[in-house]
Ligand binder design. Structure first.
Ligand SMILES: [Zn+2]
Length: 451
């Protein structure tokens, strides 16, 4: 009898002990990493667990202040684990700063902890460093551009203050990032002077308002108009005659060989798929930019070159007299002698130096704050990714790799990943007048004389 009891007790113990292994870690992730606690700040944590959760709590901590902002019991207990299966849920709560006495502007921490609804009842947590900014968000423009050519590169200076988590410029459907005027990273919730390079691209309506914006922690957006006069542009129409010779070479070059199938179909495929993939690559590349201005003075145009193709030329491709495709040309084509050395238009850091679809041998240079230049169709590349380049330094030789009918340099300008017309940046007076008031380095060349 005693033996039986001992055995039963043993079995019970083993059962209980094995329950300990029922359960596991709860995974917590911020839906969006918190950065600022304003007067009212909604936060969301994604909670994934195997057996559901019993309790969730959130705190704001700052020095001696520890303020509980959420305490929720789900009604699930440690032994109800068998009722629940794996779940992923969002826990959303709002931090009301007014209900946290003693909370002041400055650094703080938000912490969320959850207790799992399983026999182990383990507690897991997540934290986020935040800045408390209890003043309402504010945004004011400082330097505004006067005359802005539609599709040109321009810059605005503005100030932000108070409770904000995001900021930048909106121009039509486009959005451009802003950076601290004196370099460094954006610190949401801080009072700062910012600048943003932007463009009103060819496909944006020049009548659409251009604004600087800040988004407060509660999601509300505040804007200030950028007052400027936009010089209208009419874009050219150009017919490009495709020849079999050009098509065989370009298609073979871009698709890595010519499979003998329909050249026109392959050409259209390049224009549709390869072009889109290349644009996506450039957008991705542009996210990582230096947080300070790397360039000085006006940009250099390829020496002794003539402009063969303009920005936003609308190109109709014809084959044996028949229209086969249409594209908008997002850069300028500069022609000089064959295999001419191509100088870096300004100082910066090489972001890309490789074959890139329609661009053939391609170099992209980062000039900081989202401004990048692109050099395409090169016959030779002379720089490596990551290298610092000086203004005028040779990055390669001109050529006709990729989608090029003859030896020329396709020169592009990216503003936060958006193609813009670089032409005005070649003009020293224009740069001195329109960019240098915000970016002093842009006017560092010899003093301007009269004119
Ligand atoms: Zn081109």
């Amino acid at each position: 009898m005693l033996k039986l009891l001992v055995v039963l007790a043993g079995i019970a113990l083993v059962c209980y002990a094995s329950l300990w292994f029922v359960g596991g870690a709860t995974t917590l992730t911020w839906e969006r990493q918190p950065s600022v606690i304003g007067p009212s700040t909604p936060l969301t944590v994604r909670v994934s667990s195997s057996y559901g959760i019993a309790r969730i709590r959130a705190f704001v901590e700052q020095g001696k202040v520890r303020c509980q902002v959420l305490d929720l019991s789900t009604g699930l207990g440690r032994m109800t684990f068998f009722k629940r299966k794996a779940s992923t849920e969002n826990a959303t709560f709002t931090v009301q700063a007014a209900s946290c006495p003693g909370l002041a502007g400055g650094a703080a921490k938000v912490a969320v902890d959850v207790k799992s609804a399983d026999p182990r009842g383990r507690t897991d947590s997540i934290e986020g460093a935040v800045r408390v900014s209890l003043q309402p968000a504010a945004v004011h423009t400082g330097f505004e551009p006067r005359y802005v050519p539609h599709t040109g590169v321009t810059v605005v200076k503005y100030t932000v203050a108070g409770d904000w988590i995001d900021t930048g410029v909106h121009a039509g459907q486009y959005r451009f990032r802003a950076f601290p005027l004196n370099g460094g990273d954006l610190v949401p919730g801080s009072d700062a002077q910012l600048i943003s390079f932007f463009t009103i691209p060819w496909d944006a309506n020049p009548d659409d308002p251009v604004v600087v914006f800040v988004r407060a922690a509660d999601g509300r957006e505040l804007t200030a108009s950028v007052r400027m006069v936009i010089e209208r542009r009419t874009f050219r129409q150009r017919d490009i005659k495709l020849t079999t010779k050009f098509l065989s070479r370009a298609v073979g070059d871009i698709l890595g060989g010519n499979d003998g199938s329909d050249l026109i179909a392959n050409f259209k495929r390049i224009n549709a798929q390869v072009r889109t993939a290349n644009a996506a690559r450039l957008t991705e590349l542009s996210r990582d930019t230096a947080n300070r201005v790397l360039w000085e003075g006006a940009f250099l145009q390829l020496p002794k070159s003539s402009v063969q193709g303009q920005y936003a030329d609308s190109r109709n491709y014809l084959f044996e007299g028949e229209p086969v495709d249409k594209q908008v040309h997002l850069g300028i084509d500069l022609a000089s002698t064959r295999n001419t050395p191509v100088p870096a238009a300004n100082s910066g850091k090489v972001k890309l130096a490789e074959r890139l679809g329609i661009y053939g041998n391609c170099v992209v240079i980062d000039h900081g704050l989202g401004l990048m230049t692109l050099y395409a169709h090169l016959s030779r590349i002379d720089v490596r990714p990551g290298a610092d380049v000086a203004k005028g330094q040779t990055v390669g030789l001109s050529g006709m790799t990729g989608l090029a009918g003859g030896d020329h340099l396709h020169f592009g300008m990216l503003v936060d990943g958006v193609e813009a017309n670089p032409a005005k940046l070649f003009e020293r007076n224009w740069v001195a007048k329109n960019i240098a008031p915000v970016v002093p380095a842009a006017g560092l060349e010899k003093p301007l004389k009269g004119k």
